[in-house]
Design a protein around this ligand. Sequence first.
Ligand code: E4P
Length: 219
Amino acid sequence: MKFFLDTANVEEIKRITKLGLVDGVTTNPTLVAKEGRNFKEVVQEICSIVSGPVSAEVTGTTSEEMLKEALEIAEWAPNVVIKVPLTEDGLYATHALSQKGIKTNVTLVFSAAQGLMAAKAGATFISPFVGRLDDIGMSGMDLVRDLSTIIRNYGFSTEIIVASVRNLEHVKEAALAGAHIATIPGSLLPSLWKHPLTDIGIERFTSDWNKMQEALAKG
Ligand code: E4P
């Protein structure tokens, strides 16, 4: 399973990339706005830090606007991926971009039918938003499981990026469902490697070791 970082914060990306855990990055207009920096500058900086796919989202709503922005963004870096919303115009743009060999991440996927449409249109990635579905009392993970089955059933090359990830359970369930990728906020990542029993284990080993050293020193 691949892990993408769901952030536009360059310092966070630099820090976590050093752990060898980052296969790519996803951004969205909200995450970029939080940084208060020039969009192109941020995306280019992220693309120079991470060699894997870096998603940058278009903000236009018509297919013409989306395509215009996408063609410009695609020039920014070789590993940039165009994030397109799942609308009719978005599907049109996705198809046109896939015909040109430009990679896309179709975002804001909330149903299996939407995911199927995006895969058929030629999306490189689809992003089901699990947290936002859970927020309205639905199961985000049911959607991921359905999409995994659909992608497998028809041999689509489209990869599933589980997005809007809020907790450790989401990551575990995404892996069990066979999702290709989970995109994770930097703040959540430590919960993937931390465990209280690991900390207790280290404390006990250290204390036993120190006791033995003291005993040896006393003779
Ligand atoms: C990633 O591609 C999405 O934009 C992101 O995961 C959305 O997360 P949120 O629902 O926490 O805003």
